[in-house]
Design a protein around this ligand. Structure first.
Ligand SMILES: Nc1ncnc2c1ncn2[C@@H]1O[C@H](COP(=O)(O)OP(=O)(O)OP(=O)(O)O)[C@@H](O)[C@H]1O
Length: 302
């Protein structure tokens, strides 16, 4: 059963549709990356899901949600540019956030300590936030977003403003948290999506242009190329490879024979059978794995 179902969601400013008739749903326990180029509408979607921006049309439903429920009960949200009170300590900020989420003083204190520990900054709890590194601030931001035990954690570009150390800290934390909660995060950095998410929602110009699990999408966009290397000159074998029925064409680049094939499974069998039969001096056989970059470029520029 879906945790969240979004149906025909749109947002327009004046006559411009910045989010256009978007529908998707996802189950709990997943980590979903909302990816798309700058201006695609990622922040607008997250802000509507967070209840901070009113949709022009469409519905957002969480499972178990009652008619007049405040949507903020269900989500924890870390905006792209969070604002912290630098004069507060991390612990004070967490308690303050808990109180804003209607936790009792005692419960806010208890949750604050648990979460600061979970995100790995408990040792800095009495230090002022102004003295925190970028990665620590972001970890504090994530901790405050989940203080009220939401069903869904939403993070808008959680690592894009961080240096490589901060980025690593936050990606590692996300990988840990996704074991115990559902996460939806936006990014335009595909390797980050690849590293932590299970599913992708690919957005372009306000529309969802592709969605599914990373594994499914890789398969779908798999460019069917087999790369062969030989102990001898690859040109000797190019004619023999081209003669196989599953091979469309081939070219040689830096001594590697790149073979385009119609059916990757059949081509693998044919090439390996022929190589064994004729004892080709093969040194490597590689199936080309489509990167998310390839998919992104195909979908966004088509
Ligand atoms: N308040 C607003 N008034 C008018 N246009 C807006 C407003 N907010 C956003 N937009 C426009 O809506 C489009 C989508 O913006 P949005 O911030 O959602 O994109 P994004 O995918 O999050 O981009 P980025 O990766 O740059 O953060 C952009 O063209 C933006 O200029």
């Amino acid at each position: 059963m879906s945790l969240l179902t979004v149906t025909k969601l749109s947002k327009n400013y004046d006559a411009k549709n910045v989010v256009d008739d978007v529908s998707f749903d996802f189950e709990s326990g997943k980590c979903i990356a909302l990816i798309g180029p700058n201006g695609a509408g990622k922040t607008t979607i997250l802000r509507m899901l967070a209840g901070l921006l009113k949709p022009s049309a469409g519905t957002i439903r969480f499972s178990g949600m009652k008619e007049n429920d405040d949507i903020r009960k269900y989500i924890g949200y870390l905006p792209q540019y969070p604002v912290f009170y630098n004069w507060m300590t991390g612990l004070e900020f967490m308690i303050y956030s808990g109180r804003l989420s209607y936790l009792s003083e005692a419960e806010a204190k208890r949750r604050a300590a648990v979460l600061l520990d979970k995100v790995g900054i408990i040792d800095a709890k009495n230090r002022r936030i102004g003295k925190y590194s970028g990665g620590m601030k972001q970890r504090l931001g994530i901790a405050q977003a989940i203080i009220h035990k939401p069903k869904l954690l939403m993070l808008d570009e959680p690592v894009s403003s961080l240096d490589p150390i901060g980025r690593r800290e936050v990606l590692t934390l996300m990988n840990e948290l996704k074991q115990e909660m559902t996460i939806l995060f936006s990014t335009h950095i595909l390797s980050d999506a690849d590293e932590v998410s299970d599913d992708l929602l690919l957005l372009n110009k306000g529309e969802i242009v592709e969605q599914g699990s990373i594994m499914e999408l890789r398969k779908k966009y798999q460019t069917s190329v087999i790369m062969l290397e030989f102990q001898e000159d690859a040109a000797i074998y190019q004619g023999k490879v081209n003669a196989l029925t599953s091979v469309s064409n081939s070219f040689i680049e830096r001594d590697v024979l790149h073979v385009s094939v119609s059916d990757i499974t059949k081509a693998r069998q044919e090439i390996l059978a022929q190589a064994t039969k004729e004892n080709w001096p093969l040194t490597s056989f590689t199936l080309n794995r489509a990167s998310l970059e390839d998919m992104f470029m195909k979908v966004v520029t088509s």
